[in-house]
Design a protein around this ligand. Structure first.
Ligand SMILES: [Zn+2]
Length: 417
């Protein structure tokens, strides 16, 4: 099976040394808004004739084309080499605990088509894989030529992912899946590589490339959903820890005598403000608040969020609970890690200041150093599509750092050897 381990994200120039010039040229053109052959020769520190040769090869792949004229440096205006963002499409799949969402993107993170459906993912592996395929088919059908130009599939899972064997899933978090993702079915159906990573890591990757973390070297992304996960982006790279389990912020125990948690501990953060806990609390509170928007019918995380947007008193009580417990956890890792920003994504991010203001108060009260307290807590700019976009970005990042993932680049390299 052709599962791939995740790429490292944007590669700093010093790390890029030793890579083939053709790969560097392709990545440089992607990062530019169009560059001339002279720009390319300066960027790669090669002769003009070498740069022209590289440009000619890349034009043959169809990944790069000649576009408009660049600014003149005295003589004739140079022709710009432009990356072709629509040369391929990518599928980004967000497999949450209670839903599946699929984004079809181009090679610049633009979402071309989107489908989302509620599903009991935790208890139904087979149905979940079938739903992933149905939603993928639906988005591919929406864009002419998409199936033929599919580059790869990225999948975000709400579970730690083993770097060395991404087909494995955590048996603790997803017991019904028995430790296997079964994502080979997607690889077989579409004939492209499948990449898998933890959803909070991919949320962080999406914020780094396209969202609220673009200008921040060190930040932590927190996903609030049924579970609570964190992705740490340090120096532009995801920090995974020794066994890929970094970021399990939801299982920080804040009360050793608290409710039992699925991880075996008691009083984990997720037992206070995870999706299931919030729904149970909302049910209890709403039973004594007949005027509440949550008084009738089954309560879901989505309904709590909607009610909070309308400042329903029961929902706002829950938001204050989230701000309190999450603030304690955030203060803890601000003291430890001193990131430049904390970016909140997932179910509560739409509340913006209604969540951020009480959250910042808790954080500031509990962090002693002004430098730590100055770390900015903000909400995701990407909204509910961020995780799926991050999954697609994982494929794009891998292709830019290993361009033989592009079939035309693989052919070019094979022809050479
Ligand atoms: Zn736990």
């Amino acid at each position: 099976m052709e599962f791939r381990t995740p790429a490292k994200g944007l590669s700093p120039a010093d790390e890029a040394r030793g890579r083939p010039l053709l790969d560097l040229a392709l990545e440089s053109i992607w990062h530019s808004e169009g560059m001339s052959r002279a720009d390319l020769s300066r960027r790669l520190e090669v002769s003009r004739s070498t740069a022209s040769q590289l440009a000619g090869d890349l034009l043959d792949t169809g990944l790069v084309a000649e576009g408009g004229d660049g600014p003149s440096r005295g003589g004739r205006r140079p022709i710009l080499l432009e990356f072709q963002d629509d040369a391929h499409v990518i599928l980004g799949v967000d497999m949450g605990a209670t839903h599946v969402a699929v984004a079809l993107t181009d090679l610049r993170g633009r979402i071309l088509a989107w489908r989302e459906e509620a599903h009991p993912v935790r208890s139904d592996p087979e149905g979940t894989r079938a739903l992933m395929i149905r939603l993928s088919d639906e988005v591919l059908e929406q864009v002419p030529g998409a199936t033929a130009s599919l580059l790869g599939i990225g999948i975000a899972v709400a579970s730690p992912v083993d770097h060395l064997d991404p087909s494995r899933l955590s048996e603790t978090v997803l017991p019904a899946w028995k430790g296997r993702s079964g994502f080979e079915t997607l690889q077989e159906r579409y004939g492209v590589p499948v990449f898998v990573d933890n959803d909070a890591n991919l949320g962080a990757l999406a914020e780094r490339w396209w969202g609220a973390g673009r200008e921040v070297q060190h930040f932590t992304f927190i996903k609030l959903a049924t579970g609570i996960g964190a992705g740490h982006m340090f120096g532009g790279q995801i920090y995974r820890g020794a066994t890929n389990a970094a970021g399990e912020i939801g299982h920080i125990s804040t009360d050793p005598h608290g409710e039992p948690c699925l991880c075996g501990n008691r009083g984990c953060l997720v037992t206070f403000i995870g999706g299931d806990a919030l729904v149970r609390k909302a049910e209890a509170l709403a039973a004594n608040a007949p005027g509440s928007l949550l008084a009738d019918g089954p309560i879901t995380l989505g309904r709590i969020e909607e009610a909070a947007l309308l400042h329903d008193p029961v929902a706002m009580q829950l938001v204050r609970d989230v701000a309190h417990h999450l603030g304690i956890a955030i203060a803890g890792f601000l003291n430890l890690l001193n990131p430049g920003a904390v970016i909140l994504g997932g179910s509560m991010a739409r509340l913006k200041d209604d969540l951020l203001v009480p959250l910042r108060e808790t954080v500031v009260r509990r962090t002693l150093l002004t430098s730590v307290a100055a770390s900015e807590v903000r909400v995701s700019e990407l909204g509910p599509q961020g995780i799926a976009l991050g999954a697609a970005t994982l494929v794009l990042a891998s292709a830019l750092s290993t361009p033989t993932l592009f079939p035309a680049m693989q052919k070019l390299t094979a022809d050479r050897s």
